[in-house]
Design a protein. Structure first.
Length: 250
């Protein structure tokens, strides 16, 4: 076996050990929370309904990573064509699926932007009706109040168009204030608005434009990440081909 083949085989083994370890970690963390959740994470009890739907996919992903990693690692160690062929096919399916996701995302990018804009406008409209005591407004869920303020704080914006959107005089949702840190915040009507520390403490850019910029930036980041993953997976496929090459020579 040549140096190149030996190097590729060693790299493939190391990569799949890491992949298997990642799968084990996801399975253990998910399993511990599901079985002993209140013993270890009693502070998260109020959020269990939101966390549990994330745990199942996480554990499924952990199982997939563990199986794929073991197949690749054992196949590379033994240089058995059968195992490495299975590994190659699984990685190839992942590459194809990721390419489909990229193409789908590109085709649907305008629809995604519209949905994000619609959701933002709807949440902000609910909040505005809430603070203006609109008779048609229902009691606002804490999650909506939290989402609007966090979005304004993170995106550094205020209102859908600008700070004047709220029409509440010199008071604004806390997230409009640059000095707001989100600590010790209670989400009731009395605390839904606050005075910022002067005009310079208020974000003036509208959140619709800012969210569009964030979506565009996130889209580019996702494309780069998926492209890097595809390159990495293609490398693993090549390594698998090289590692099984000697199975025919032997």
């Amino acid at each position: 076996m040549g140096c190149c083949e030996a190097l590729m085989r060693a790299i493939l083994i190391i990569i799949n050990i890491v992949v298997s370890a990642a799968g084990v970690v996801l399975l253990i963390v998910g399993g511990i929370y599901l079985t002993k959740q209140w013993d270890f994470f009693d502070g998260l009890a109020d959020y269990s309904s939101s966390i549990k739907p994330v745990l199942v996919p996480m554990m499924v992903m952990g199982g997939i990573l563990l199986v794929v990693g073991l197949v690749g690692c054992i196949g590379a160690c033994s240089q058995k064509s059968g195992l490495l062929n299975i590994y190659f096919v699984v990685i190839l399916v992942c590459v194809v699926a990721e390419l489909i996701v990229l193409i789908y995302g590109y085709v649907k990018k305008d629809s995604i932007k519209k949905e994000v804009k619609k959701g933002t406008e709807d949440y902000f409209a609910q909040y505005k009706a809430f603070v203006h005591d609109d008779k048609n407004a229902n009691d606002l869920d804490d999650s909506v109040i939290f989402a609007v303020n966090v979005l304004q704080s993170v995106a550094e914006c205020c209102g859908t168009t600008d700070e004047k959107y709220w029409g509440t005089g010199d008071k604004y949702p806390p997230g409009c204030c640059k000095s707001w840190d989100g600590k010790n915040q209670t989400w009731d009507k009395e605390n839904a608005l606050k005075k910022c520390n002067g005009e310079t403490d208020i974000y003036t850019e509208g959140c619709i434009k800012r969210t569009e910029d964030l979506v565009n930036g996130l889209g580019v980041l996702i494309i780069i990440v998926i492209a890097l993953i595809i390159v990495f997976e293609i490398f693993c496929m090549i390594a698998a081909c090289v590692a099984k090459k000697n199975d025919y020579v032997a």
